[in-house]
Design a protein around this ligand. Structure first.
Ligand code: PMP
Ligand code: GLN
Length: 381
């Protein structure tokens, strides 16, 4: 009998599942896994029902329903002054995670190297490794998490194929600057690299700061897969619908894999989303909505012994607990869940070497009453 050989021998159950489970066990306020606890727009729910009643219940076209792809193209045109062809450059996916996995699978062959910036979203490493690639982590440190691009260049070898960026960044809440994008362009051109740009929080930016998509860079646009998620945009993480934008050639290659691991995505929801987002004002309403929550929580936390790090985008903030405990981030996160009734994510779990900086990630995409309950608990620490 041949032994079973694990593709991912060192991959545990994700920290998001673990902390959510722990929160449930201890009936703690769950500010760990990133999902809203408030309702979605009733009109959106009604639209899904309407499209089901109208008979939109069979396979969608493999790349996604055309109205949704058109709606995405319109968004890029109006908000980012960027022309994207809905026919050949947009593919609807089963969420951002599948989009990332398929984009990585399209680019990575055994032995190829992929540079990721840590703290990094948890799916990047196992996805790269599942296709035989090698992860080259580049560690960024609190509080600034700024990228030294000259140092990044030192990590590039003959085998480097792709750089993955996440902007705005989960978990740091940071946004890349124009200078970062220029530096990335330089590396891509000099070393012939590809980019996967995880932009699932593209519409959640604060204090008047806007996010620059790599699609807005003529250089990067030719070498990049851009990943987005309607879960974040519509407060519906359970719908698992997202999309990928890339030039015609990259999209054609993406679809060769996509059609055999998903084929197509939930039809009535695609139709409903396209109609709902025909109101382009929806996008501009998001920052203020979440900024109020960010500010509400940050103000309350200023009365606690936690120190809040700056958050420019996403619906996560980092809390420094160094003046409260010497425990490792994981131990402290578990301890807080069990004894204080609030669950958060240890930032060390976003680093290959589990770097401990006394930081926890807190999700503020929650109802005010949920935040109030957590604040009550955290004030006692
Ligand atoms: N990238 C980042 C940075 C995320 O935080 C998430 C989780 N929301 C995803 C990708 C995956 O998105 P989805 O839930 O649509 O799979
Ligand atoms: N993106 C979510 C987060 O960062 C988690 C998604 C998941 O659990 N896979 O919390």
């Amino acid at each position: 009998m041949k032994p079973f050989v694990s593709k991912l021998p060192a991959t545990p159950v994700s920290i998001f599942s673990r902390m959510s489970q722990l929160a449930q066990t201890h009936q703690a306020v769950n500010l760990s896994q990133g999902f809203p606890d408030f309702d979605l727009a009733p009109e959106l729910i009604q639209l899904v029902t309407t499209y089901m009643q109208k008979g939109f219940n069979q396979y969608a076209p493999m790349p996604g329903t055309f109205p949704l792809r058109e709606c995405i193209a319109k968004k890029y045109q109006v908000l980012a002054q960027t022309i994207v062809d809905p026919e050949t450059e947009i593919t609807i996916t089963a969420g951002g995670t599948q989009a990332l996995f398929t984009a990585i699978g399209t680019l990575i062959s055994p032995g190829d190297e992929a540079i990721i910036f840590e703290p990094a979203y948890d799916s990047y490493r196992p996805s790269i490794e599942a296709f035989g690639g090698k992860v080259i982590p580049f560690s960024l440190q609190a509080p600034a998490f700024r990228i030294d691009w000259e140092e990044v260049e030192h990590k590039i070898t003959e085998r480097t194929r792709v750089i993955i960026i996440n902007n705005p960044n989960n978990p740091t809440g940071r946004i890349l600057t124009r200078a970062d994008i220029i530096a990335l362009e330089h590396l891509v051109v000099t070393h012939g690299l590809f980019v996967i740009s995880d932009e699932v929080y593209e519409h959640i930016t604060y204090d008047g700061q806007s996010h620059e998509s790599v699609l807005q860079s003529p250089i990067l646009r030719e070498r990049a897969y851009v990943v987005a998620s309607f879960g974040k945009l519509l407060h519906a993480t359970g719908w698992k619908i997202g999309y990928v934008v890339a030039n015609t050639h990259l999209t054609a290659e993406f679809r060769k894999i996509h059609q055999f691991n998903v084929f197509s995505v939930n039809t009535p929801m695609q139709m409903a989303i396209a109609e709902y987002l025909s109101d382009i004002n929806y996008y501009s309403s998001l920052p203020l909505y979440f900024q109020e929550k960010r500010d509400y929580l940050a103000k309350a936390l200023a009365q606690t012994r936690f120190k809040v790090l700056p958050c420019e985008g996403t619906y996560f903030m980092l809390l420094d607990y160094s003046s409260i405990s010497d425990l490792s981030e994981l131990d402290f996160a578990v301890h807080l869940t069990q004894t204080a009734g609030v669950a958060m994510i240890p930032v060390s779990s976003f680093y290959t070497d589990n770097l401990n900086q006394s930081l926890l990630r807190i999700c503020f995409a929650k109802k005010e009453e949920t935040l109030d309950e957590a604040i009550d608990h955290l004030l006692k620490i």
